[in-house]
Design a protein around this ligand. Structure first.
Ligand code: FAD
Length: 347
């Protein structure tokens, strides 16, 4: 169809964009290199546990996003979590004082993304390696050599460096905008234990999230305290600081995982010993979050003259809410254009 849109990337931004277009009756097809939707909100299945290695939870500031989250809550795919964020400073715990509502996907983060994908046409395990500009629209070339199209519009809902590689041969302005948003990297560790963690002095025994003020780790979450996961055993996510991660970006996952567990042990009060994990590992996010942001006064997305457009957290801020807003608003803007009639519909 001459009016159709291709969305590359089935993270929350790409799916929000595709959903806005589909809700307006516009034809849209989504392409994702991973095995399923999710991106930086995908979940990892271990034996006996599911852990999140990307976003652990998200907050709500914007009214439109708040309405969307309420709809997801009614559909049973998000729930409030955590109740309290604890902070550990030189071994001393304190409660984080803001009372902003926070949510997570239930029974896992990827359930929200699957709900959003719904019945949208979605090609998974399809990495797009090039775009081809034909007279009558765009074609997408996959790594396997398949050509998809034609599409009037191509949305790149990707971290800026990945979008840049695809737009550079076709749109110098969009490529330049992408170069202005380099990405930071983050190592995310996980560990599953047979026994619960020992109680930490000053913290409730059922603590859910711990921010660490110093050392290699910045956040520790307990996945079994997330709504819908109560049956799984002690299973931690350990997020490293970005500068620490970047210094060890090319280290192997096994040694990074061991370092992150050592860092947790070192941060715990004296006399508290971590049990031995049954399984542990680490995931490297090369493109974890934008290093710079476009700043206020810019739109929430970018549109080129050529029929290419960009959305995602790079164009607003490094959060789930911002990625959703960027994609949703681009989808609404694209849906407002007058529909292009199919050749056979032209009188
Ligand atoms: P992504 O989720 O990155 O989606 C891009 C998609 O494109 C991916 O699925 C990818 O596989 C796909 N893709 C890439 N290249 C291609 C290609 N060539 N062809 C096809 N598909 C392709 N946010 C919060 O609000 N709160 C938090 O606590 C929080 N913590 C975080 C912790 C970590 C460790 C990380 C990494 C992120 C965290 N975030 C958090 C940020 C949040 O996860 C992101 O802002 C949001 O998920 C970005 O969504 P997106 O759709 O813009 O991009």
């Amino acid at each position: 169809h001459p009016d159709s849109t291709a969305v590359i990337g089935a993270g929350i931004a790409g799916l929000a964009c595709a959903r806005s277009l589909a809700d307006a009756g516009r034809p849209v097809t989504v392409f994702e290199k991973g095995r399923g939707p999710g991106g930086r909100m995908s979940s990892r299945h271990l034996t006996g546990a599911v852990v999140e290695l990307g976003a652990q939870y998200f907050s709500v500031r914007d009214a439109d996003f708040g309405e969307q989250v309420a709809t997801w809550q009614r559909a049973g795919v998000v729930a409030p979590w955590p109740a309290v964020v604890w902070r550990l400073t030189t071994g001393r715990p304190s409660r984080r004082s803001d009372d902003r509502p926070r949510f997570t996907g239930t029974p896992r983060m990827s359930a929200l993304l699957r709900h959003l994908a719904g019945d949208l046409p979605l090609h998974t395990a399809t990495r797009i390696v090039a775009l081809e500009n034909a007279d009558d629209g765009w074609r997408l070339i996959s790594e396997a050599g398949t050509r998809h199209g034609l599409f009037a519009t191509v949305v790149l809902a990707l971290p800026a460096p990945q979008a840049e590689a695809l737009v550079a041969p076709h749109d110098a302005d969009l490529a330049e905008a992408c170069r202005g948003i380099p990405q930071r990297a983050c190592w995310a560790g996980w560990a599953r234990f047979d026994a619960p963690l020992p109680p930490l002095p000053g913290l409730a025994t059922d603590w859910q999230v711990l921010e660490l003020a110093e050392g290699p780790l910045r956040l520790v979450t307990r996945n079994q305290t997330k709504p819908g996961r109560e049956a799984q055993g002690e299973s931690l996510t350990l997020l490293a600081r970005l500068d620490w991660s970047e210094r060890r970006l090319e280290e192997d996952a096994g040694s990074v995982s061991a370092r992150l567990l050592d860092a947790l042990q070192a941060a715990l009060p004296e006399g508290v010993t971590l049990p031995m994990p049954r399984h542990s590992g680490a995931h490297r996010w090369r493109f974890a979050q934008p290093a710079a942001l476009p700043g206020s006064g810019f739109p929430d997305f970018r549109q080129g003259e050529s029929g290419l457009a960009l959305c995602g957290d790079a164009w607003r801020d490094a959060r789930v809410e911002d990625a959703w807003l960027s994609g949703h608003r681009l989808g609404r803007a694209l849906a407002c254009r007058p529909p292009i009639p199919h050749a056979t519909e032209i009188p």
